[in-house]
Structures are given as C-alpha cells and as structure tokens.
Design a protein around this ligand. Structure first.
Ligand SMILES: Cc1ncc(COP(=O)(O)O)c(C=O)c1O
Length: 297
C-alpha cells in the first residue's frame, strides 16, 4: 500500500478505483489458479511426457473456457501475449498474405494497437481509410459501404471504445463487409465479459480479447480466427498455437485467463445489469453537480 493510500485511509477517506477499462484487479479464483499452475503444472505443454501432458490439459481447458465466452470452437482461439498482440496479428497476419499492397479500412477511434500497425502498412504502400464517427463516436454502416473498394481486403473496427465507451453496430458493419467479400476484424477487448458475444451469429472473421480487462492476469490475450481464415504468423519458431504464434505458452497466465473467462461467461447477465446500474448512478450524481452534459446513448 502506497504512502498516499495510507494517509487517505487514516483520514477516513476511501479510495475508489474507476479505471476498469485500463485494467481490472485479478479475482481471487484467478490468483489461486495462476499459483497452482506455477506450482504444479509447470511442464511445457509441447512436451510428450506426463508433465507436458498435464500442462497441455490445463492449456486446452483454458482454451475451451475462453472459446466459451464468445461461442467459438476451441480450435479457433489462439493465445497471444495480450490484446495488443492479438490486434497486430489480425492486421499484419492478414496483410502478409498479399504480395502487393491492398486497401485496409479502420475507424478514426481505434486503439493504438490497431492504428500503429495500420500506419506501418501505410508505410509499406497500403491504402488505409480511417472512417470518421459521429458525435456519439459511432460509425455509420453506409459510410463503411461507400468506403469499400475492389481491393479492400480487411476492415477492422473497434467494438467498444476504450475511452468513451461507444459501442459500434458491429453486427451491421460486419454484414456490410461480408457482403463485399472482405475480412472483418473487431477489437472486442472492452466488450467481452461485459456484453454477450456469439461469433456463431456475429459476422466477424477475427476478434481480439484481453485477459486483464476481465479480472484475469496481464500479458495474455487471444485472437479468435474463424475456421478457414488464413493468417501468417508474426512470431516465428515452434509450432505452438497452430504455428501462428510461436513460443512456449505462458501457462499460468493462460490458466488464469481461462478461469476469468469462465466466470465472466457465468456471470454475464447479472454483470451487465450491475454495470448499467453503476453507470446510471454515476450519471445521476454528475447531473446533480450542475451544468454537465451526460450522453447516455
Ligand atoms: C480496445 C483495446 N484494445 C487493445 C488493448 C490492448 O490490450 P493489452 O493491454 O492486453 O495489450 C486495450 C487495452 O487498453 C484496449 O482497451
């Protein structure tokens, strides 16, 4: 506990953490799982002996739990070192399939984990369109439709904006992209575990997740890749994660992510209601302060 916290507590002032979009505190169940994976399942999941087999069982159980959160088949989940890597793999992993630069569409409100790889593609000669959003931060499906070109191969639109919370109409946007025949990626890091996501019905080909936004450990995430969608890896080495993300998996983190995802899936309906109540309470209190503009859209 920091000195400032101690002083505040002595003064009887409670601190309230309001930055859950930046990171969430790991749940006790997650911490217990991380510790037990480190103590007991420290084998390499790729090893063929019993220590490896035990670790591989933990890895695949976590994959199932994460897949369950978004209705995906287990083998459509690739573990990464976080949401940033999942976003990079989606954009650059698709782009690397093309010998010639193509056209990419993103929005003007993407996280830097999408904006920066898009800038890199631009430097390599790709055309990148950044679609503007309205006053609420929302992108209109008609604007997306008009921006599509013959050589648009990928569209990436953030699902829930990390700073202002705007939700994009991902289902409608995805349908526009699907009708055109391009691939559609969404960064769902801020939405998974807060609202239901089902990739069986949502027209997305790639979707990014991050563990530490859902009370799991930091430094682990996942990319959902719709079966049949081809990518090239960014990290080369062993054949882990279907040879799309080389390197021994961070098993304790992944196990913790699995538990966090499982709990999030179980609690999703109550959690959505709880968050709406908290938001409304905050907005009501802000309204009482005087001339504030609160947009509940
Ligand atoms: C929308 C969004 N995408 C990606 C990331 C990056 O995720 P990570 O911190 O797991 O790399 C974040 C984290 O702030 C985010 O809010």
């Amino acid at each position: 506990m920091g000195q400032a916290t101690l002083r505040l507590e002595r003064l009887g002032l409670m601190q309230i953490y309001l930055d859950y979009s930046a990171t969430t505190p790991p749940r006790p169940e997650v911490m217990a799982t991380v510790q037990s994976a480190m103590a007991e399942q420290w084998g390499n999941p790729s090893s063929l002996h019993q220590w490896g087999n035990r670790a591989a069982t933990v890895l695949e159980q976590a994959r199932s739990q994460v897949a369950g959160l978004i209705g995906a088949p287990d083998d459509a989940i690739l573990f990464t070192a976080g949401g940033t890597e999942a976003d990079n793999l989606a954009l650059l992993g698709v782009a690397q399939r093309y010998r010639q630069p193509q056209h990419l569409i993103i929005s003007s409100v993407e996280h830097s984990a999408i904006e920066k790889p898009a800038q890199q593609l631009e430097q390599l000669g790709w055309q990148v369109t950044r679609l503007p959003v309205d006053r609420q931060g929302r992108l209109h499906p008609d604007d997306l439709r008009q921006a599509l070109r013959d050589n648009t191969v990928l569209v990436s639109i953030i699902y829930g904006q990390s700073e202002v919370g705007t939700l994009q109409p991902i289902e409608r946007l995805g349908q526009v992209v699907r009708d055109h025949g391009a691939l559609f990626h969404t960064d769902a890091v801020q939405v998974a575990g807060r609202l239901p996501i089902n990739v069986q019905t949502l027209p997305v080909d790639l979707l990014s997740l991050s563990s530490h936004k859902i009370y799991g450990p930091q430094g682990v995430g996942a990319l959902y890749v719709r079966p049949g969608v081809a990518l090239l890896p960014l990290i080369l080495g062993g054949n882990q994660e279907q040879a799309l993300r080389a390197g021994t998996q961070a098993l304790p983190n992944i196990a913790g992510f699995g538990v966090a995802a499982g709990l999030a899936a179980q609690e999703l309906s109550q959690e959505a209601v709880r968050l709406v109540e908290l938001r409304d309470r905050l907005f009501d209190q802000l309204d009482r302060l005087g001339p504030t503009h609160v947009d509940r859209g």
